[in-house]
Write a protein that binds this ligand. Structure first.
Ligand SMILES: O=C(O)CCC(=O)C(=O)O
Ligand SMILES: [Fe+2]
Length: 328
């Protein structure tokens, strides 16, 4: 079970391994960028931080009442991110999912959390095991500096507590063509992210060049996104967006980003091959799916028949997926 979890974490993002950050960058410099980043977010200033200017990059569109047709022609087919502010209005999770609620109902559930190290960032080995209640207690009483642990990509909560599945519904915009493939060729979704204030997801593109959507239930997150044509400036996604080492990664200066801050009730659509970097501005909870659709059929199908799928078929781990996937 643990092995499978680690494997999932490994395959979730396509990202080259990291080299240590340059040691001549002082702690203060590193923090300055993070805090500027956090403070430039739209919304209320953080307690204890000084609010600087507004967002640094052009904003991702925020839309409500978006028709399926408009979503397709304006965002999905051209591959343009969008924040949809009313895609989860009817979800039970929209009102019920709070840290207290999840803690009181599912607190005894064992979870695996990923510890972030300054030098290596996330590695498959750096995981810790505890109950959900313990984890929630830690992230609601610590920030990233004192507790750099992120519950990432967790789909087992849904497996262990089937009732959680009915708390959300896939919004009409995100039809997943993986539904038409046998279960062993798919990755298990949905996944939950839960983390403390300041939690970071390093720059990456999503697995199999899938499209993704993520709905925010609790807390705000700031996203910085780069379109696929910016890839040449991203040094194989090795740049730390929060503290870019421009001597090592000089092309990053030329990279053009867009950004948004999402909060409870918002759903972000991240098109295939868009690199993204994410920071939690408060302790938060998100639910996410990666999916196959126009623009990423080739990469998804190529990957779906890779040895990983065959291995999962052989080892029977498809049973987990079959049990989880709502359409299986
Ligand atoms: O919410 C986050 O921290 C990052 C989510 C993400 O990029 C992903 O699920 O691939
Ligand atoms: Fe991602």
């Amino acid at each position: 079970m643990r092995k499978e979890e680690t494997k999932q974490a490994e395959i979730k993002t396509e990202r080259r391994s990291e080299k240590p950050i340059s040691s001549d960058q002082s702690e203060a410099e590193r923090n300055r960028f993070i805090f500027q980043t956090a403070n430039n977010a739209v919304g209320q200033p953080e307690v204890g931080m000084t609010m600087t200017e507004g967002p640094q990059f052009p904003s991702v569109d925020r839309r409500s009442g978006l028709s399926l047709q408009e979503f397709r022609w304006k965002y999905l087919y051209p591959g343009k991110p969008v924040v949809i502010t009313d895609a989860m209005e009817e979800w039970k999770a929209r009102s019920s999912w709070t840290f207290d609620y999840l803690r009181s109902r599912y607190g005894a559930t064992p979870v695996v959390v990923h510890r972030y190290h300054r030098e290596d960032e996330y590695t498959p080995e750096a995981v810790e095991h505890m109950t959900l209640a313990e984890y929630i207690d830690r992230i609601t009483t610590n920030d990233w500096d004192s507790y750099p642990c992120y519950l990432r990509d967790n789909w087992k909560l849904f497996l262990m507590h089937k009732d959680l599945m009915s708390d959300h519904k896939v919004p009409k915009y995100f039809f997943d063509w993986f539904k038409l493939l046998p279960t062993f060729m798919r990755l298990p979704y949905p996944r939950i992210f839960m983390g403390p204030k300041g939690a970071i997801t390093p720059l990456h593109v999503d697995i199999w060049s899938t499209h993704a959507w993520l709905s925010q239930l609790v807390g705000r997150k700031r996203w910085i996104l780069f379109s696929p044509d910016q890839r040449q400036f991203l040094h194989n996604y090795k740049v730390r967006v929060e503290q870019p080492d421009l001597e090592r990664f000089p092309l990053f200066r030329q990279a053009k980003a867009v950004e948004c801050t999402i909060g409870p009730g918002d759903t972000i659509f991240v098109p295939s091959r868009w690199a993204h970097w994410v920071i939690s501005l408060e302790a938060g909870i998100s639910l996410t799916y990666n999916y196959m659709g126009p623009g990423c059929f080739g990469s998804c199908l190529a990957n779906a028949v890779q040895p990983l799928s065959l291995k999962r078929f052989k080892t029977g781990s498809l049973r987990w997926v079959a049990k989880l996937n709502p359409w299986a």
